[in-house]
Design a protein around this ligand. Structure first.
Ligand code: COI
Length: 366
């Protein structure tokens, strides 16, 4: 039993098996293709509970062909990053928000609970061990991918009686090719990413796998990502794998930064939350969680009230949108030079926190 009363593994029981064949390090490779020397695994079974956490050389998993995550997507993941500062210190950005979201997703997936602080400490130890893999460049970071799988060897559709929690690490550069400039989005109500009562507000792999078909249709229309719409009134919900923000002069003539509310179909993004908290602290304009529809956006564009649209997420951080293809019309979104963008100002302030240039309690030292 860990502190907090939840039956859990403990970081103090961590067993470490070192790799005897460390790989050459790479700064800034393409997102998610290169992995570090070690991984963390923690097994659970209904009969025996949690086993001791193990850090071992990075390698393949061995899964039974009837493994429940492979058949019924009893699976979830998280994404967070560790940054190297100018002072060479390593900082995790708001990791407890990821731990808490992961616990919520585990509950929704009927996977077992664990102590969030104990898990974070195990992750911290893994990052500490593979610290030389954290890129030195300002555009690079080490992406942490906690993953949780149902591993029961049974085709019955039921709560998994066996599960595997594991963490892998990859050095990453920018998520999108920065040469590409502002993103283009394909907005068509034909596909739905999430619906009320579904799992769109949880970080489950199935949400992402199901989005691929639409993503390729967006590409057929010459766009880079899907702008996910919802309902008869074509509510704007998310862009690709990102939350979305509209910076505009609203219907009442107020300067406003708006993003859709967490009503069950929006992923509660850590970057999303940080952008709202940061800009509210500035106190320079209204910051709102509110419904936004395509017709409101189209009217605002006609009346030149739109200042910027941008997506946010851990992988890409902040990504300005330049075009939205909607009902056969290519809507041009103002996407000015980098110095005048709100998106760039927010990205810089977040980066200054992540790299330790601005002291903040949002970071946890490794
Ligand atoms: C994120 O940006 O947080 C993501 O989850 C993107 C990931 C699916 C690659």
């Amino acid at each position: 039993m860990a502190d907090g009363g939840i039956p859990s593994f403990k970081a103090a029981d961590l067993v470490i098996e070192l790799s005897s064949t460390p790989k050459p390090k790479r700064d800034d490779p393409a997102f998610g293709n290169v992995f570090t020397d070690h991984m963390l695994t923690i097994e659970w079974s209904a009969s025996e509970g949690w086993q001791a956490p193990l850090i071992k050389p990075f390698g393949n998993l061995s899964l039974h062909p009837a493994c429940s995550s492979l058949h019924y997507a009893i699976q979830l993941f998280e994404g967070l990053k560790v940054y190297r500062g100018d002072d060479n210190q390593l900082r995790l950005f708001r990791p407890m928000l990821n731990m808490s979201r992961m616990s919520n997703t585990a509950e929704r997936a009927c996977l077992p609970a664990f102590d969030q602080s104990e898990f974070l400490e195990c992750i911290r130890r893994l990052v500490e061990l593979d610290q030389d893999w954290v890129p030195h460049s300002d555009s690079g970071s080490l992406y942490i991918r906690p993953t949780f799988l149902g591993t029961e060897q049974s085709l019955g559709v039921k709560k998994a009686a066996n599960a595997l929690l594991y963490v892998i690490l990859c050095p990453v550069g920018s998520y999108y090719n920065s040469e590409a400039g502002c993103l283009s989005l394909w907005a068509d109500p034909k596909y739905t990413r999430a619906w009320k009562g579904g799992t769109g507000n949880f970080k489950m792999g199935g949400n992402y796998g199901c989005s691929l078909f639409a993503q390729y249709e967006a590409a057929d229309h010459g766009c880079q990502q899907v702008l996910w719409l919802y309902g008869e009134d074509h509510q704007i919900t998310e862009a690709g794998t990102m939350n979305i923000f509209l910076y505009w002069i609203n219907e009442d003539g107020e300067e406003e930064l708006a993003t859709p509310p967490l009503d069950g179909i929006i992923l509660p993004g850590v970057t999303r939350q940080s952008i709202m908290e940061l800009t509210r602290k500035w106190g320079e304009f209204k910051v709102t969680e509110r419904y936004l529809t395509m017709s409101q956006l189209c009217s605002a564009l006609k009346q030149l009230r739109v200042k910027e649209v941008f997506g946010s997420g851990t992988a890409c951080m902040i990504c300005p949108v330049g075009h939205i293809l909607y009902q056969g019309e290519n809507l041009h979104i103002p996407c000015q030079d980098k110095n005048s963008q709100l998106a760039s100002r927010i990205a810089k302030e977040l980066m200054d926190i992540q790299r330790g240039r601005t002291p903040s309690d949002w970071t946890l030292m490794v």
